[in-house]
Design a protein around this ligand. Structure first.
Ligand code: GLU
Length: 265
């Protein structure tokens, strides 16, 4: 049974690049008589807005990209907490307390020495007493997933064979100091539990995919087939903006990047 999903974060209006992703996932599901899920990635309570959720649904319906199921990550926080506990029990999750400034300094030092700016795992060496002291001083730390430092390989549906050395990637932060679950963990839990078989998304997610494959395997799931498409850009090579309105624009001038306007208006 083929299951795909389109997973926008409702932090702005979707643009033509997002719609291209939606279309590919929609077509894969429809061709196989499978299920197309609209998943709203709204774990960020500050940036997610209901008006954008409504706008995303309206835009997809306008294009005829109808979904079979809708899911919202904000309603599944207990599932993510459970997965986090399992990762902790397995020794694949650790708390780290560096401030953004400290991390920035570490990165600069590594770059100066010609090394890749990868998190040095200093937090793994902290004793319980040191962690308690840091927690008392700085509040809760972030939680990082401990990557197995081996090559991560998959056959990408668009890019072909991919091989990424996990040692060249920082252990991803999955939970912020304020307890907010980040997309990388939520997405993995959802893809496993919703039985997602195929994921097409932008090539800006290739490194995420590498770390997510290890997370899916750690949680006992089977990685979906991944395919990463190129990203659409504006005329000057800039990323498309979610601030651009589609047909809902009162006038074409409200539209951000020219490319979107040219394609849609
Ligand atoms: N919310 C993520 C994004 O909009 C989803 C990426 C994915 O498809 O996994 O980039």
């Amino acid at each position: 049974m083929t299951t795909t999903r389109f997973a926008p974060s409702p932090t702005g209006h979707i643009h033509i690049g997002n719609l291209r992703t939606a279309l590919m996932n929609y077509m894969i599901a429809r061709k196989a008589d499978g299920t197309f899920i609209l998943r709203i990635d709204d774990t960020d309570p500050e940036r997610s807005k209901e008006e954008y959720v409504d706008g995303i649904k309206r835009d997809l319906e306008w294009l005829g990209l109808t979904w079979d199921r809708i899911e919202r990550q904000s309603l599944r926080l207990d599932r993510y907490a459970e997965a986090a506990d399992r990762l902790r029990e397995m020794g694949r999750f650790y708390e780290a307390f560096e401030t953004p400034t400290e991390l920035d300094l570490k990165r600069k030092k590594q770059l100066n020495m010609g090394k890749p700016p990868v998190y040095d795992r200093a937090a793994l060496a902290l004793s319980d007493a040191e962690k308690d002291a840091l927690r008392a001083e700085r509040g809760d730390g972030v939680w990082r997933f401990k990557l197995d430092q081996e090559r991560i390989e998959w056959n990408d549906g668009i890019l072909g064979d991919i091989s990424i050395d996990a040692a060249s990637v920082s252990d991803p932060v999955l939970i912020r100091g304020d307890g907010q679950v980040l997309y990388t963990l939520a997405s993995v839990v959802d893809d496993i539990e919703m039985g997602v078989t195929d994921v097409v998304r932008g090539s800006d997610h290739v490194t995420n995919t590498a770390t997510q494959i290890q997370m899916i395997e750690a949680l006992g799931g089977t990685p979906p087939r991944f395919a990463h498409h190129s990203l659409l850009t504006g005329p000057a090579g800039e990323a498309l903006s979610k601030r651009c309105l589609l047909y809902t624009s009162p006038s074409p001038r409200d539209c951000g990047p020219d490319l979107v306007c040219r394609l849609l208006l």
